[in-house]
Design a protein around this ligand. Structure first.
Ligand code: BEZ
Ligand code: FE
Length: 303
């Protein structure tokens, strides 16, 4: 029997190992949504390339399927294990970087995380958001400006952080006071904001599920470098979702979700002066943090 000509072989609809991705992608309908068609064909190409490089046994492939099944089963209204998976693989940070390329000088974004709560209490500047009295007192103050340094009045600054035990209020309902260590502040006419809180500490991401098990199996820890979260918004400007990191945290270079950017590491100065403490309403040494946010005009081209 004569063998098929090369032209016939390269368009065969039947599966073969060498052309596996091509065979699958050839099934895509010309009527499929063009973006879906592009996304799926790229995924199929890369997935088949990975499988060819890994050459999994059936048992290994079943382990992978079981992991994905358990990841789905772990998801509830308040636990999104797939986002956690994306976080520990650096994919959340990559998607964020692609979607938030800012002009130089603008404050960079970092990961949102699962503990943001909309409609937190609105406070006047100077309010202490620490409601459980734990931790080392801290004052944060600074300005919100545009890239040219002009003040942005009436900017909204949403802030949230863990308590000194390393948990967000929403992880410990009934244990921590409601809205502990979260609040919304508004910049004044000079773009200034200030509030009181406690120095953040490092804490583990939720690690009691399949993603935590995977981290452990890879010899990685679940700790996030100590940080405060912020969302800063003002009409006419690109919203910023970001953090401020403490400079002395041992987990800065190995944050479990790759959220640290050098530009987001702040200076924390310890003030051991009773008069200064009294002026800000503390009775003991406190941490002082000065941090400015620089917003880019919406839709401004990159420089
Ligand atoms: C957080 O910073 O709150 C966070 C980010 C990613 C995963 C888990 C927690
Ligand atoms: Fe956090």
């Amino acid at each position: 029997m004569q063998s098929a000509s090369p032209a016939v072989q390269s368009t065969s609809p039947y599966f073969d190992e060498a052309r596996s991705a091509e065979v699958v992608n050839a099934r895509m309908s010309a009527d499929a949504n063009p973006r879906l068609s592009q996304v799926m064909s790229v995924l199929v190409r890369h997935l088949h390339a990975a499988i060819k490089e890994i050459e999994p046994t059936h048992e290994e492939w079943f382990t992978a399927i079981r992991f994905l099944t358990e990841t789905g089963q772990m998801c509830t209204d308040w636990r999104q294990e797939y986002i956690l998976l994306s976080d520990i693989l650096g994919v959340s940070m990559l998607v964020d970087a692609i979607n938030h390329r800012r002009p130089s000088g603008a404050t960079p974004n970092t990961i949102l995380g699962p503990f943001y709560v909309a409609n937190a209490p609105e406070y006047s500047n100077g309010t202490n958001i620490c409601l459980d009295g734990k931790g080392e007192p801290m004052v944060v103050e600074g300005r919100v400006t545009d890239i040219e340094g002009n003040p942005i009045p009436n900017a909204k600054l949403e802030v949230w952080q863990t308590n000194d035990d390393g948990f967000y209020d929403v992880q410990q309902k009934g244990i921590q006071p409601d809205s502990n260590l979260r609040g919304v502040f508004t910049s004044d006419a000079e773009g200034r904001y200030w509030f009181k809180s406690v120095k953040p500490r490092h804490y583990p991401i939720p690690s009691d599920g399949p993603v935590g098990k995977l981290l452990g199996a890879m010899g990685r820890h679940p700790n996030r470098a100590a940080h405060l979260h912020f969302i800063v918004t003002a009409p006419g400007f690109d919203p910023i979702i970001t953090h401020i990191f403490t400079p002395d945290c041992p987990y800065l270079p190995e944050d479990a979700v790759f959220g640290v950017k050098r530009e987001l590491i702040a200076e924390f100065n310890q003030i051991d002066d009773p008069h200064a403490a009294k002026r800000v309403g503390f009775s003991s040494p406190f941490w002082s943090v000065s941090w400015d946010f620089t917003l880019a005009t919406s839709g401004k081209p990159l420089r």
